[in-house]
Design a protein around this ligand. Sequence first.
Ligand SMILES: [Fe+2]
Length: 318
Amino acid sequence: MPIILPPITRRKFLRHSIAIGGTSIIAPSQLASTVSEAVHLDQNRVALLSDTHISVDPDSVYPGTKWPGSPVKDSEHEWVNMANCLTQTAKSVIALNPRPANLIINGDCTHSNGKEAECKEFLRLIEPIRAAGITIHVTVGNHDNRKNLWKLLPFLKKEHMGIQAGVIELPRANLVLLDSGRKGVLGNEQLNWLAQQLDERVKKPALIFSHFNPYSNRGVRPINGMSDGASLLKLLAKRKHARAYFYGHTHEWQHDRRDHLHLVNQPAVSYYFGKGHAHGWVDMNLTEMSAYLELNCINPKHKQHGDRRQVFLQNKKK
Ligand SMILES: [Fe+2]
């Protein structure tokens, strides 16, 4: 049975907002927010989350540092409460002024395999974000169930080719969401679709999102890249307006660059694999020239809290 949603439709949102360039002003009282003054929703600001791994049980904790071959001793694993991490992230994002108009969770929304009770708990935890007027988008990770997501959380559905894929057109960049499925495969049909979407929008920089790493992880935990990652990178290398590929899956904050293409590995909101590693979310601000990324750690005292990266959206003029 579908979960009953208190829907916050785009039509309802627009009725209560005044568009000013890339920014909207919204009266939160009309969207059940507890904030008394009007806040701005900024189309040029996007909250980037990944790997929330929400369990059925809000008290559930998990040792991300534990896997076969982990260098962490059995007595020293670090356990993380996933629901608390998402709650804290939601509060941080909602507190921003201006608020990001959009928020992307780049896969692994749920902990095990996207069962109905996990989707229900995930919905409960993201409701404050929706009530704050922020539009949520997701990609499908290897721990998600696409059919359950569509059936139980229909407001998240973006269907092309029978998978979760779509384009979010923002004033300064187009965001392309891809579906790497449960096994880390995009497939020729989706790659062709991606090429077509990019070729139809050459005048604006594009940022591409999907869950899997495109090549083997160079970080703390060995994880193979998606099987057609090389084809993806070749496709993006040929298109200079494709400026960055964002992915999760490795639960590690890393940044590479190949010519014009930035490769941004988002940290997990929930547990991390490397002992003491950063977990949290990324605040992305788009200007005409750049996407500025700022890491917001769940632990504000973490040494990487506030870490910044710059993704160039235009080629430098010679
Ligand atoms: Fe994950």
